[in-house]
Design a protein around this ligand. Structure first.
Ligand code: NAI
Length: 287
C-alpha cells in the first residue's frame, strides 16, 4: 500500500508535543516531512530554531527524510516562506497537518482582545494561511491531504477557552468547505481533536488522567488520515489514550410551520423541536 511513502508533508508546530509525534510517525512510513516550529513558549511568546532542528535530527537518525522550518504560521509571509522551504527541499508538496497552536486561557469576563486575537491568529488564521498557500499546488497536481487540529474545547466547549474553542471550531468549518471544493481535485480535508499529555495540557487536566494519554496514541491515526488510501473527507475524529472516535453533527426531523408561527406556537412545539430521537447526520440545505 502506498500510504504516505514518498509524500511531502508539512507538519506545523512539529517541534514538540503532538506535532513531533506526527512528524516521526509520518517519516517512519516514508514521508518526506517539513518540520515547522516557531520554537516559542506555550503562550506563543519567544522563538527559536532548536525545537524543529531536534526533531529533524531524530527523523534523520532513524533513517528518514526531513527539513526544518522556523516560520510563524500566523502570518501570510510565514506561510509563504514555509512553502518555499518545502519546495526548495523537495520540489513538491502533498499535504499539511495544521497543528501549530498556543493557549491564552482566560474566563470570558476577563479575556482581553489581545488574548482573543493571538489565539485566533495562530490556530484559525495559521490554518488558513498555510492551507491557502498550498491550495493551488494541491489542485494542480490533483492530490492533497489536509488535516487540522481541532479540539474537544471547540466541539463541546471548555471553561476559559472561548478564544481557543472559537478558533478550533472555525477550523472544522474551514475543512468542511475545503472538502467540498477539493473533492474534484483529489483533495481531502479532515480534523482531529486530539487528547494528549503535552506542555499544552500539563496543568489543565489531572496528572493521573494525563498519564493515560501519550501523544504516540494519536500519531498513527494522523498518518492514516494523511495516506493515499484514506479518502474520508470532512470528517472529525476525537483521538486519545487508545480511543479513536468519529464525531458528527446530527439534525432531527424538527417541526414544519406552513405560516410564520407566533412565539407562543413555537413554544407549544418546543419539546418536538428539541427532541433528537431519530436524528440523522445534518447537511447544508443550501449546498
Ligand atoms: P504543544 O504546545 O506541545 O505544541 C504546539 C506547537 O506549536 C509548539 O511546538 C509551538 O512551538 C508551535 N507553535 C506555536 N505557535 C506557532 C506558530 N505561530 N508557528 C509555528 N509553530 C507554532 O501542544 P500540543 O498539545 O502538542 O498541541 C498540538 C495541537 O493540538 C495544537 O493545535 C493544540 O491546540 C491541539 N490540541 C491538543 C490537545 C492536547 O490534548 N494536547 C487537545 C486539543 C487540541
Amino acid at each position: 500500500m502506498p500510504g504516505v511513502d514518498g509524500r511531502v508533508i508539512i507538519v506545523t508546530g512539529a517541534g514538540g508535543g503532538l506535532g513531533r509525534e506526527y512528524a516521526l510517525s509520518l517519516a517512519s512510513q516514508g514521508a518526506r516531512v517539513v518540520v515547522n516550529d516557531l520554537g516559542g513558549a506555550r503562550d506563543g511568546s519567544g522563538q527559536g530554531s532548536e525545537m524543529a532542528d531536534k526533531v529533524v535530527s531524530e527523523i534523520e537518525e532513524a533513517g528518514g527524510e526531513a527539513v526544518a522550518n522556523y516560520d510563524s504560521v500566523a502570518t501570510p509571509q510565514g506561510a509563504a516562506s514555509l512553502l518555499k522551504t518545502t519546495l526548495d527541499a523537495f520540489g513538491e508538496v502533498h499535504g499539511v497537518v495544521s497543528n501549530a497552536g498556543i493557549l491564552r486561557d482566560a474566563s470570558y469576563a476577563k479575556m482581553t482582545d489581545a488574548e482573543w486575537d493571538a489565539v485566533l491568529q495562530v490556530h484559525l488564521y495559521g490554518g488558513y494561511y498555510v492551507t491557502r498557500a498550498l491550495w493551488p499546488h494541491l489542485r494542480e497536481q490533483g492530490y492533497g491531504r489536509i488535516l487540522v487540529a481541532a479540539s474537544t474545547s471547540g466541539l463541546f466547549g471548555n471553561f476559559g477557552q472561548a478564544n481557543y474553542g472559537a478558533a478550533k471550531l472555525g477550523l472544522v468549518g474551514l475543512v468542511n468547505t475545503l472538502a467540498i471544493e477539493g473533492a474534484r481535485s483529489g483533495i481531502t480535508a479532515n480534523a482531529v481533536a486530539p487528547l494528549a499529555a503535552t506542555r499544552m495540557t500539563e496543568d489543565i487536566a489531572p496528572a493521573d488522567f494525563l498519564e493515560k494519554l501519550p501523544p504516540a496514541h494519536v500519531a498513527p491515526v494522523v498518518t492514516h488520515l494523511m495516506s493515499e488510501e484514506c479518502t474520508d473527507t470532512a470528517s472529525v475524529f476525537v483521538v486519545g489514550g487508545g480511543q479513536v472516535q468519529r464525531v458528527q453533527q446530527f439534525q432531527n426531523a424538527g417541526v414544519r410551520f406552513d405560516a410564520p408561527p407566533s412565539p407562543g406556537e413555537v413554544a407549544e412545539r418546543w419539546a418536538e423541536i428539541t427532541d433528537m430521537t431519530g436524528a440523522v447526520p445534518g447537511k447544508n440545505p443550501l449546498g
